[in-house]
Write a protein that binds this ligand. Structure first.
Ligand SMILES: [Zn+2]
Length: 259
């Protein structure tokens, strides 16, 4: 797992699985962990990374309820989980979904966990809205379309946007079963003014990128989704994201918008 510092108060760890990102953010003597790495060894070392950097983690936030973003409790079992109302609603409506999908991943990759994933009730946060941390506030923005739920987190004093599963340099937009291309496009419109002010953008998957690069990815993703909506499977993939795995995602996207 790689860790990069983006600001005195922001450190990002990048998992070996799907380049899933985990962001540590701090204000004064309070820190939060946003999303999570995936492998047990990565989760095990995360508290040491936080401690070495003097980030006393008091809470966990999840950008959305996909299983790969919900594993912070393995690292910080005491930290209460906060998420958007849409995400809290999804966790209640489909209990056990994250655990099932985690088990499927672990079975496929022969991964052993110290315990099953426990997800006690999440605290739902008002989105759009604010979330206090130390002497500062995080800004929470709705980010649905990839799935039916989610939020992006703007860290104003660091000019960092934690986007959730948007604006990835390594993954094309995924419109999952419960997502929607038009909601995804609306989220990109909402994120655009934040991207324009951002020094760094942390995607859900892939290394953090600077604001200029994120703005270019945003334009590519918008063009891709518009083409997906208008032409389905015929839509062209962004030039730098045309691997076999991305073509498979594209095929699933095309089935979703056709159905
Ligand atoms: Zn994800």
């Amino acid at each position: 797992m790689r860790a990069v510092g983006l600001h005195a108060d922001v450190v990002v760890a990048i998992s070996r699985a799907y380049q899933t990102t985990c962001t540590l953010v701090r204000s004064g003597s309070e820190a939060f962990v946003i999303d999570s790495p995936v492998f047990p060894d990565e989760l095990e070392i995360l508290p040491a990374i936080a401690q070495q950097a003097a980030f006393p983690v008091a809470g966990a936030l999840a950008t959305h309820a996909d299983w790969d973003h919900l594993l912070a409790r393995y690292a910080f079992p005491e930290a209460p989980l906060g998420c958007a109302e849409t995400t809290a609603a999804r966790l209640i409506a489909r209990p056990g979904e994250a655990q099932r999908e985690l088990r499927a991943f672990d079975d496929e990759h022969y991964v052993e966990r110290p315990s099953p994933l426990s997800l006690p009730g999440a605290q739902s946060l008002p989105v759009p809205g604010h979330c206090g941390i130390g002497e500062q506030e995080l800004e929470l923005h709705p980010a649905d379309g990839h799935t039916e739920d989610g939020m992006a987190i703007w860290i104003p004093w660091a000019r960092v946007l934690v986007a959730g599963d948007y604006l990835s340099p390594v993954e094309i937009p995924i419109v999952s079963e419960t997502g929607s291309a038009s909601a995804y496009l609306a989220t990109l419109d909402r994120l655009e003014p934040l991207v324009e002010q951002a020094d760094h953008v942390v995607p859900g998957h892939g290394r953090p990128v600077d604001g200029t690069r994120a703005a270019a990815i945003l334009r590519e993703d918008r063009a891709y989704l518009q083409a997906l909506r208008d032409h389905g499977a015929e839509a062209k993939l962004p030039l730098a994201r045309r691997t076999g795995a991305q073509r498979d995602i594209h095929a699933a996207n095309a089935r979703k918008v056709a159905g």
